[in-house]
Write a protein that binds this ligand. Sequence first.
Ligand SMILES: *[C@@H]1O[C@H](CO)[C@@H](O)[C@H](O)[C@H]1NC(C)=O
Ligand SMILES: *[C@@H]1O[C@H](CO)[C@@H](O)[C@H](O)[C@H]1NC(C)=O
Ligand SMILES: *[C@@H]1O[C@H](CO)[C@@H](O)[C@H](O)[C@H]1NC(C)=O
Ligand SMILES: *[C@@H]1O[C@H](CO)[C@@H](O)[C@H](O)[C@H]1NC(C)=O
Length: 337
Amino acid sequence: MAGGNTHSEEPHNTNADTNQPGSFSKRKRWIIAGIVAGLIILGLAIGLGVGLSNRNSSSNATGSNPRSNTSPETTPSTTGASPSATSLWQPAVGVKWQIVLQAPINETEIEVPVYDIDLFDSTASIIAWAQGQGRKVICYFSAGSYEDWRPDATSFKPEDYGNGLEGWEGEYWLNTSSVNARNIMLARLDQAAKKGCDGVDPDNIDGYENKSGLDLTTDTAVEFVTFLADATHARNMSFGLKNGAKILSRVIDLIQWNVVEECLQYDECGDYQPVIDAGKPVFQIEYPTTEEKPSYVSDEKKNEICGSTGIPVGFSTVLKNMNLDEWIVQCPARTSG
Ligand SMILES: *[C@@H]1O[C@H](CO)[C@@H](O)[C@H](O)[C@H]1NC(C)=O
Ligand SMILES: *[C@@H]1O[C@H](CO)[C@@H](O)[C@H](O)[C@H]1NC(C)=O
Ligand SMILES: *[C@@H]1O[C@H](CO)[C@@H](O)[C@H](O)[C@H]1NC(C)=O
Ligand SMILES: *[C@@H]1O[C@H](CO)[C@@H](O)[C@H](O)[C@H]1NC(C)=O
């Protein structure tokens, strides 16, 4: 379920091939890869010098743009022990973001500090390119559902999943306690780390809300989110909770942000206030468009949503269509309730 929360009836585009980065010619990608490789080598050379000369000064690991510091210490490691929580990237409350799951991002699209994009459909080079623009990249994947079109789909066993997600063809609730399913998620986290994602956005951890045909409960969700967050942090990536108001209080210390869908529509944004209080952003999506006009919202509707007191101060609110393509309207920051 890539767009819309559990209330959604919108069918998902299940055709993996249309998601491939067709907008990027192979040639362009090679050129970018070459430039990126050159920059990395240059960066390492400079970084080594800086690293040696700065050995005794305290480094600011949580600076606004750690990636621009190319010293060897900032190179993410997937082999070491769990990095301390303070070295993890922690985005600020109210930071602007964009989420594009339907198409790969391209070089014209980077306009906000944080991008949430599909793990499988995004290449390491486009992620490195975005980071080279000073942006952070969050990689989306579904952690709580089996999607039959993903490249690793054959790794799932039939006993790992239950009922289909209503309205989302080819997608089934996962038994998140299954060792096999968890190992697949660890492999996805390895892939995210390898591609250079700054953080991950694992979807569908809230199957307890639905008729999954499995024994999913808030307790199993807390257990699963803890498992995922620990494994994510061990790979030096940050972790966001997706929706999950019912388990938020039990996992809030583990998360670096919360991605929330349609909380205004269902009048439950207040449930996520504790995230803001903890100094972490709430990345809120509302889906106000119609199927006939997926890239349009009237000024009146925009002002109604963005100005609503139903949205707590500090939320990073965007208006999107269910396809989660490039179309976006950013709500200006609200400064008073
Ligand atoms: C890049 O994305 C923008 C919109 O986000 C789109 O208008 C443009 O056609 C895309 N460019 C390529 C080369 O696909
Ligand atoms: C972990 O990531 C943070 C933030 O991106 C970075 O500052 C830090 O150096 C990284 N630590 C390791 C061990 O790679
Ligand atoms: C989840 O359950 C709600 C009703 O509780 C239903 O409206 C929704 O379509 C379901 N979502 C999925 C993805 O099955
Ligand atoms: C889910 O997986 C766990 C661990 O393998 C197992 O104990 C449990 O019975 C499974 N639940 C269902 C409904 O299959």
